[in-house]
Design a protein around this ligand. Sequence first.
Ligand code: ZN
Length: 242
Amino acid sequence: MNPRLEQLIHLQRVESDLRRTQAGLAEIPKRKAELEAELAADRAHLDAARHSLDDSLKARKRHEGSLQDLEGKRSKYKGQLMEVKTNKEYTAMLHEIEAVEREIRAIEDQILAEMEKAESLTGEVKGEEVGFKAREERHRTDVRGLDERARVLEGDAARLGAERDQVAKGLDDDTLEMFQRIAKLRGSAMAEARDGMCQVCHVKLRLQMYADLKRNEEIVQCPACNRILYYEPPVPVTVPEP
Ligand SMILES: [Zn+2]
């Protein structure tokens, strides 16, 4: 094979690997941001459960305050009941006491409801806390994994960059310039020729051109996409001896 062609194939392979590595590296901060957002959503969920419990406890305290006030009112009325002079006043006072007692029963029901609510919310918060702790642990593991992956990819990128520079240095200026021009325009500079076709743009190659190409002796460009064509001879199938 023409050594220049061999170097070009090598250059293309290294450049493709480098591009894939860089794309992998660029994915990492995006994935990290996604992980952070997921954890923040989980934390918000836990905070919401804690808030509901807090609200319920506050409501119960408020009701308990009202209950104390009402009970104070009731004993005051009961004291006044002893001091009334007329039957009419006595009946009126009894009505007042009944009204206060109705209020007391209603508020006691509310306190009971809040107690039941707080009990179920406490269970919910505990469950959320356990779940969140596990998710936090998983998050840390995932982030460590991503950091480790970034380190590996950075090492790969540095190695591939150096290899690319080394291969590029071995090429003459004109060939390198041609490679870079096509790569910039097309994304890749090399195309395999197989089955009489350019395997990237799929144009059919003239018979003579394809026959010449198969020798891999000249730098030949695809007539349609301009990529540099090369031929990969099929790997001979070896039949194992019986
Ligand atoms: Zn082509």
